[in-house]
Design a protein around this ligand. Structure first.
Ligand code: ZN
Length: 436
């Protein structure tokens, strides 16, 4: 039997890791400065030259990169290599309609598959496993990310894609999948369906690797118990940082180990942008160490987490952070798609008979992977009856731009509450108990 390559890092000590990180940081800063006029402008404005980076502490001299930089440089933002070196583009939604496009070189794609294979290995997946990949395939990083790494590891990949419960059940029965990769809500849906259909004794799912959505303790417990004690692994990642697979929960299940040989993690106070003490919650800011096409330098992810100091009981040398607790902005994730209310706002304002007040309700329902219900007012003086066809039009426009279909409900002008402060737009009722 073939034994998989070991994808775990070879570093024996923190010192060795730090030497590698400094080399990576120096390379990244040189590469960005000479490869991208945008990065050069930002460095010049901050008064920092590549030669100034002499220690890992010098990271703090570098300017931040934001989603706005990616928007401004559309369609190839912060590109640091010639087009000929780019082998792939991935894309995720941005704040107001402009998508975030990210370029990859062959080395970027290879590096990503290698450290993602490490995630599978951390979760104890081997070449004997059959991995049912029930995440989105397309411009997103999810499908191809899970797929390439699964093949790299040498496990059997079943690219099922998201949804389609009948097909998922059939694969699980006929092919005896042992690992399910999905979002947390899809994991819960599948666990419930398997149970409802009385298939529990005939399916063989032992591990669930889930990402891109927050999960609660009760949700995790329910998925695991409905699947006969399957082990759950929360996987992290974002498109700006290659995609999913930049870290994963370890078999001791108390934390996320992140791959600090590929990127540096800072946890900063989102207001002051100063570092918080280890163990305190703050915004995750990342700096890549090897990314060629679009290196990320102090990129503000808006994800909230904290560093967990000290070594882990599992013995891994890789540092760790808590599960992602939430966001510093109002982005939410629905069916694994990142959605900004401002983007929906822009789409609504494009239909002249609609008003400016709206609410987004995210709810669970038994038959689906969650429901997004948009309640929007019609324009002052417009007739509610006559406006009804606009509900379908709005749903279609949102589907076209965000690739998810909402339910739309139109209400008369003045129905929704007004607030002098910023109105609450997003009502997420999917998770009822604390995130852990
Ligand atoms: Zn561990």
């Amino acid at each position: 039997m073939r034994i998989s390559e070991n994808f775990m890092p070879a570093f024996k000590s923190q010192e060795e890791l730090r030497v590698h990180q400094l080399k990576g940081l120096q390379w990244t800063v040189q590469h960005a400065y000479h490869g991208s006029p945008e990065y050069r402008k930002k460095f010049d404005a901050a008064g920092v030259k590549p030669e100034d980076i002499q220690s890992l502490d010098d990271l703090r001299r570098l300017p931040f990169t934001t989603a706005e930089d990616l928007r401004a440089g559309y369609p190839f933002p912060l590109r640091c290599v010639p087009y000929e070196k780019i082998v792939r583009i991935h894309s995720s939604s941005g704040t107001t309609g402009k998508r975030k496009n990210l370029c990859y070189t062959q080395k970027d794609v290879d590096d990503w598959a290698r450290f993602f294979a490490r995630c599978y290995q951390m979760a104890g997946v081997t070449e004997s496993d059959r991995v049912q990949i029930a995440v989105g395939y397309g411009v997103w990083t999810a499908g191809v990310g899970f797929q390439a790494a699964c093949e790299k590891l040498g496990a059997m990949a079943l690219p099922a894609g998201p949804g389609n419960v009948d097909l998922q059940c059939q694969f699980m029965l006929d092919l005896q999948s042992t690992v399910l990769c999905c979002t947390a809500s899809m994991g819960l849906l599948m666990a419930e369906e398997i149970n409802r259909r009385g298939l529990s004794d005939r399916v063989n799912i032992r591990k669930v690797i889930y990402g891109s959505e927050r999960s609660s303790r009760s949700m995790r417990e329910k998925i695991s118990s409905l699947l006969g004690g399957a082990e759950l692994f929360d996987i992290t990642g974002l498109t700006e940082l290659y995609g999913p697979g930049t870290g994963i929960e370890c078999p001791d299940h108390d934390c996320i180990h992140y791959w600090s040989d590929y990127y540096l993690l800072e946890i900063l106070d989102p207001e002051t942008l100063e570092p918080v003490a280890d163990g305190e919650w703050g915004e995750m800011v990342v700096t890549t160490l090897a990314k060629e096409a679009v290196p990320m330098i102090r990129y503000r992810t808006h994800d909230i987490t904290r560093i967990l100091p000290g070594p882990c009981s599992c013995g891994s040398i890789m540092p760790r952070h808590s599960r992602i607790m939430g966001r510093t902005d109002d982005m939410f994730i629905f069916r694994a798609v990142n959605i900004y209310p401002s983007h929906i706002d822009t789409i609504i304002s494009g239909i002249s008979e609609l008003g400016s007040e709206y609410q987004i309700h995210l709810e669970r329902d038994a038959s689906e992977r969650g429901v997004m219900r948009i309640v929007t007012e019609i324009r002052e003086g417009a007739d509610l009856e006559a406006c009804q066809p606009l509900a379908g039009e709005l749903a279609k426009k949102i589907k076209r731009e965000l690739m998810v279909t909402p339910q739309v409900e139109l209400v008369a002008y003045g129905t929704l509450p007004r607030s002098e402060r910023k109105s609450q737009r997003v009502f997420d009722e999917r998770i009822q108990d604390p995130i852990i």
